[in-house]
Design a binder for this molecule. Structure first.
Ligand SMILES: Cc1cc2nc3c(=O)[nH]c(=O)nc-3n(C[C@H](O)[C@H](O)[C@H](O)COP(=O)(O)OP(=O)(O)OC[C@H]3O[C@@H](n4cnc5c(N)ncnc54)[C@H](O)[C@@H]3O)c2cc1C
Length: 413
């Protein structure tokens, strides 16, 4: 058997999971090459704690070299072009050949696609943005805060709701509760529509109890930075004092240019195997479009949410499938659509939603009672995810496995 090369594009959540699992499974004669443009990996769920001041930037970032299993060839470079016909990828430093390709490039943020948004809005959807927003919240003197989901789809269906609750909590702690209103606008009909009406009502109640007014079916069309005013399609405009946006998302340019994407710019894949329409080419995580059962509008199909929990599980499935294809041994694996999400509500409390997103006729998601234990679970996961390969990571991994067994949560290993 001659050595094969598996090339993984993108070393975020899904790419790291894929590379590390492949290196564990494949004999040494096969290469696992991971191409990542950013030498620093940042843990996105903790951007919210960076925003509130509960974390410093260096606590939620890690040198990407520390996060790859020994034996993974990490290339710090930008992927520039994928040539499917010739099984090559051009990067900013060299041309690479592959036998198996995994596209794990995530989603790009495109605030410039809504007039006025880029120059007027803060965001907790990026590492730098969350740090700047922390300073803005510390300097805020009270008034109207607008948190706006500016377009669909966006990553992590829980994050805008968590962000709004944590902003309200931060301003309350600063003594600005009575002088401040926090509004959350979304084009969706309810919070987290993918999880169904019961969970949506429960999240609405969580928001209301924490002083956040939720405004469904508000599609942002324009921002007037001078007048500090938001315009919505068919709804009244709103004057704001502080604007926080979840910017529009789009598929990465090189995937679009390679002809891998659908009209909306995302890569369609088989939902259980993560195969694209091209042989030996897989895609996973935020870059994909995966239809799931259930609809909230007759003309709009529901898509599997873009979330790290899925990227992580899909990475492990893809790694195992490629390992079986190369070695001819081992068990095939399939992605089953299970996922979970901790919903930070402030005061070290968190809700916990989990379930199966492929269930018929629509996803079956449960919300557990809000409590400190889910918050602690999120902290433990953060510590494990960012720990360098070695003993500390192993110990944290065992603690996660024990905790997930005790509370019956399907946390990915
Ligand atoms: C504020 C916030 C909170 C969140 N909270 C949660 C949560 O609680 N739970 C949850 O499950 N998910 C959460 N998410 C979502 C989660 O972070 C993403 O869904 C997850 O990171 C997707 O993984 P991915 O591998 O598909 O993409 P990413 O993790 O984004 O990785 C893509 C990687 O590709 C690299 N890349 C892109 N283009 C190139 C190129 N041309 N060449 C080389 N490298 C490239 C990028 O630098 C990046 O490292 C949150 C997201 C945000 C913003």
């Amino acid at each position: 058997m001659t050595g094969k090369t598996v090339l993984i594009l993108g070393g975020g959540v899904g790419g790291l999971a894929t590379a590390n699992e492949l290196r564990r499974l494949l004999p040494d004669e096969h290469r696992v090459v991971l191409v990542e443009k950013n030498p620093k990996h940042t843990f996105a769920p903790s951007f919210l704690w960076l925003m509130t001041g509960a974390r410093r930037p260096e606590q939620i970032a890690q040198d990407v070299h520390q996060l790859v299993r020994p034996g993974v060839d990490l290339l710090l470079a930008e992927g520039q072009a994928i040539d499917i016909a010739n099984s090559t990828v051009q990067t900013s430093t060299q041309m690479l050949h592959y036998d198996h390709l995994v596209v794990a490039l995530g989603a790009e943020l495109a605030p410039e696609t809504i007039p006025g948004l880029a120059e007027s809005a803060h965001t907790f959807y990026t590492f730098d943005g969350a740090a700047k927003l922390r300073d803005a919240l510390q300097g805020f003197g009270g008034g109207t805060v607008a948190v706006v989901v500016s377009a669909l789809p966006y990553k992590c269906p829980g994050a805008p709701h968590e962000g709004a609750m944590l902003i309200a909590d931060t301003l309350r702690k600063r003594g600005l509760g009575k002088k401040t209103e926090v509004h959350l606008f979304s084009p969706e009909p309810q919070p987290m529509p993918v999880a169904g009406p019961t969970l949506g009502e429960a999240v609405k109640q969580m928001l209301a109890e924490r002083g956040v007014s939720f405004h469904p079916l508000h599609k942002l069309t324009r921002v007037d930075p001078d007048a500090r005013e938001l315009a919505f399609d068919g709804k009244d405009p709103l004057k704001y004092d502080l604007l926080v946006a979840i910017p529009p998302h789009r598929g990465p340019k090189i995937a679009r240019q390679a002809g891998l994407t659908n009209e909306a710019g995302w890569i369609p894949v088989d939902r259980t195997t993560l195969r694209t329409q091209h042989e030996n080419v897989y895609a996973l995580g935020d870059v994909t479009a995966i239809s799931i059962p259930g609809r909230w509008k007759p003309d709009v199909a529901m898509l599997l949410p873009k979330a790290g929990v899925f990227a992580h599980a899909q990475g492990q499935v893809v790694a195992r499938r490629i390992a079986v294809a190369i070695t001819g041994t081992g068990e095939q694996d399939e992605f089953a659509g299970d996922g979970y999400c901790m919903l930070e509500a402030g005061e070290s409390l968190s809700g916990f939603a989990f379930g199966n997103f492929f269930a018929e006729p629509s996803p079956q998601i449960e919300l557990r009672k809000i409590g400190r234990i889910w918050h602690l679970g999120k902290v433990l996961f953060e510590q494990w995810w960012l720990a360098p390969y070695g003993m500390k990571r192993d110990v944290l991994g065992w603690m996660l496995a024990i905790g997930s067994k005790m509370f019956g949560i399907p946390i990915v290993k």
